[in-house]
Design a binder for this molecule. Sequence first.
Ligand SMILES: NC(=O)c1ccc[n+]([C@@H]2O[C@H](COP(=O)([O-])OP(=O)(O)OC[C@H]3O[C@@H](n4cnc5c(N)ncnc54)[C@H](OP(=O)(O)O)[C@@H]3O)[C@@H](O)[C@H]2O)c1
Length: 314
Amino acid sequence: MSLLLAMTGWHVEDWRARFQGLLPEMPIVVLGEAFDRRAVHYVASWKHPPGSLTGLPNLAAIFSLGAGVDFLFADDKLPAAPIARVVDSDLTARMSEYIVLHCLLHLRQQRRYDRQQRAGVWDDDRFQPAAHSVRVGIMGLGELGQDAATKLKVMGFDVAGWSRSPKAIEGLPCFSGDDGMKAFLARTDILVSLLPLTADTRGIINAELLSGLAQGGRLGGPFLINAGRGGLQVEADILAALDAGTLKGATLDVFETEPLPSESRLWTHPGVVVTPHNAAMSEPEAVASLVAAQIRRLEAGEPLQHVVDPARGY
Ligand SMILES: NC(=O)c1ccc[n+]([C@@H]2O[C@H](COP(=O)([O-])OP(=O)(O)OC[C@H]3O[C@@H](n4cnc5c(N)ncnc54)[C@H](OP(=O)(O)O)[C@@H]3O)[C@@H](O)[C@H]2O)c1
């Protein structure tokens, strides 16, 4: 029985050493080297080459080494084994740091003060809206969205959320589905996207959605923060809304193409904050420990945790 590591862009030998330390009795094999395909019971993947996981007749589970699983479903030859993803409290806390930081950055007009400092301008403008007067709308009320909502509320923001299925969360107005979208957007000054990328959510942050955001809010126009996936956003529509002034600013951690191409106007647009898809990283040691614990659960006959539904795509 072996664990197959299937990854691109990461140092596979570091991962082999990590897993070998945690699962000393289990052979750890690596895609690209010779190994017995019948002996593979588990796969740990990060962006494996599509089609490379076929011909594993005894596969019991596939583990995404990240919180997202869109790269797995992009493989149309993915074996039909149960899929589990990483749910890590440390990653969740880091994402909430990022969301709180960027909501505060837009609330407190920090980019403007950065520009003023560079120009040596002292403009002690008294316009400082209170957090409680700013309505944050979080798209995606899963592990990340709910934690971000809790922490934004501690900062005083007026927070609501939107998800696929209806939810009742104490102290958080919840909207859901297509029916709830219009009212959700209409009460949103800062839109936070923490959605997974699926067939239903691809391109959801488009001109139509942006045109539904509140225009009369305390920040003088709506802001967007997308830390979900780049495929959620239509960058041409975001730039058009920024140019038209119907979107006042945006923080983007994820992009249609990553790395963000050097010719993209997002790099230089004064209304845009670009971060390089690192809003929430996991410690590799923590991820390996979580996967090893899942393997031990399966070996002990216990059910897999954090299982993804292929029909929903997340
Ligand atoms: N930038 C980064 O560094 C980074 C790091 C980690 C993760 N991420 C991204 O963050 C995403 C979210 O992570 P998570 O752990 O919070 O996921 P999760 O626990 O699976 O939650 C996903 C949420 O999105 C909602 N949703 C899914 N499809 C929807 C649709 N069509 N319409 C409305 N709502 C929909 C779900 O609704 P229901 O509650 O009704 O199911 C759920 O509330 C990941 O998929 C990943 O892409 C980014």
